[in-house]
Design a protein around this ligand. Structure first.
Ligand code: AMP
Ligand code: GLY
Length: 432
């Protein structure tokens, strides 16, 4: 059995979850991460190279000669890091630049869905703010969803409740350029109601295997109030995602998307993220991402019962059809502890109490680090989302109970978290 050296690109909770899963593999000999973070540094050798630094990462790969490189975040994928690594002969997990456009341009994604009859919200694309505002005024249906075309750190979606909010959203994206080039085009979209679910899928462009379903909680505060964030907590599986819905998604969304990308000459290899709305008219795609979700990955990978290194290799070599992916019959919950002020301004460098030298807390709890650094023997905060406290159980309640009791034993100044992660009444309620 060949021993593998694996390099993971990125430095958040998602990358920590990938690394801790790879650390379980008997085949993995050595783990590297760039840039990593405090928590990751306890499990992998970290290198201070930015995830978006294509030349820097290629140079690093030439130095450490990994057997496999996993590119986890959206921006390096959209910039073409996989192509750059492949060109130098490095086996890499993740989509090419041509395929990553499925996340890199929402206009592309919408046109793809329209062309291939993949269910999604009705939309129109604009490259001119006056025309966008005119259209919104004529339609006169609120709320209306306004999306910057390109990547915007998860902040590019604005749900406007009235004409005034919609006008301000379009102007700030297109005229004030709050998202830079990402806002040169906008998608104006019908507001969907229903229950949200996330499904990630491994695909090599020929075979697609969905992972266990999950639910993210994107708003900062309890009861889905406050600003949109990168994600404040997750559960898996998602109780609303039934086997019937899974069949519908496979037939109408997942396989058609994989085939559509291949037909466009943009074969997708990697992890494809489907953000779904379960509406009364069937399941519709809210968004695609070209990568693992964060913090979805933190609840999905703990339930995976197949060697992740085998899966990465199978996707790279286009042999995914030969892999049988197994799941633990358990539930998993992750609660994000964030810095006071997040998703806006916050302090960093604060001491985190309740963690041992490995950055962990109790034996049946996993603490994934999103924004920490390790200094001396201490973990200090270094980001908005700081830790993802995660536990599994036979039931969702058990997983949540374990998670929340662990959360209470970890602290840093002004930390906050949502108290209602996984609460069915909220999670399953219809959006109003
Ligand atoms: P995204 O950044 O695309 O994940 O969007 C952020 C959030 O906005 C999603 O998780 C949804 O809750 C919401 N959203 C996006 N598009 C729509 C839509 N067409 N209808 C209703 N909610 C939406
Ligand atoms: N949790 C949402 C994302 O990763 O985009």
């Amino acid at each position: 059995m060949n021993k593998l050296k694996i390099l993971v690109i990125g430095g958040g909770g998602r990358e920590h979850a990938i690394i801790m899963k790879l650390a379980e593999s008997k085949r993995v000999e050595k783990l590297y991460c760039a840039p990593g973070n405090g928590g990751i540094s306890r499990f992998a050798e970290c290198f201070d190279v930015k995830a978006t630094d294509l030349d820097g990462i290629v140079a690093l790969a030439k130095k450490i000669m990994p057997d496999m490189t996993v590119v986890a975040p959206d921006d390096p994928l959209v910039l073409g890091m996989v192509d750059a690594l492949n060109a130098e002969g490095f086996a890499t997990f993740g989509p090419s630049k041509a395929a990553a456009i499925i996340e890199g341009s929402k206009a592309f994604a919408k046109e793809l869905m329209e062309k291939y009859n993949i269910p999604t919200a009705k939309y129109k694309i604009f490259d001119n703010s006056i025309h966008a505002i005119e259209y919104i005024r004529t339609e006169n249906k609120y709320p209306v969803v306004i999306k910057a075309d390109g990547l915007a750190l998860g902040k590019g979606v604005i749900i406007a409740q009235n004409e005034e909010e919609a006008r301000r959203a379009v102007q700030s994206i297109m005229e004030d350029g709050i998202f830079g080039k990402s806002g040169e085009k906008v998608v104006v979209e019908e507001f969907l109601t229903g229950t949200e679910a996330t499904v990630l899928a491994f695909t090599d462009g020929k075979t697609l295997i969905p992972l266990i379903s999950s639910k993210d909680h994107k708003r900062a505060l309890d009861g889905d109030r406050g600003l949109n964030t990168g994600g404040m907590g997750t559960i898996a599986p998602n109780p609303a995602y039934t086997p019937q819905i899974a069949d519908e998604c496979m037939e109408k969304i997942f396989l058609p998307t994989m085939k559509a990308m291949a037909a466009q000459g943009r074969r997708f290899k990697g992890c494809l993220y489907f953000g779904l709305m379960l509406t009364k008219d069937g399941v519709k795609v809210i968004e695609y991402n070209c990568r693992f979700g964060d913090p979805e990955t933190q609840v999905i990978l703990p339930l995976l019962d197949t060697d992740l290194a085998d899966i990465f290799e199978a996707v790279y070599h286009e042999r995914l059809s030969e892999i049988d992916i197994k799941w633990k019959e358990q539930h998993c919950a992750c609660v994000i502890m964030a810095s006071g002020g997040y998703p806006q301004g916050y302090q960093t460098g604060l001491f985190i109490s309740g963690l041992n030298n490995k950055g962990q807390s109790a034996p049946d709890i996993t603490v994934y680090h999103s924004g920490t650094k390790f200094e001396g023997n201490d973990f200090l905060t270094s980001g908005g989302r700081v830790l993802g406290i995660t536990a599994s159980g036979k039931t969702l309640d058990e997983a949540l109970e374990k998670t929340y009791s662990a959360v209470k034993k970890i602290n840093f100044k002004d930390s906050f978290y949502r108290n209602d992660i996984g609460q069915l009444q909220r999670g399953l309620r219809t959006k109003d």
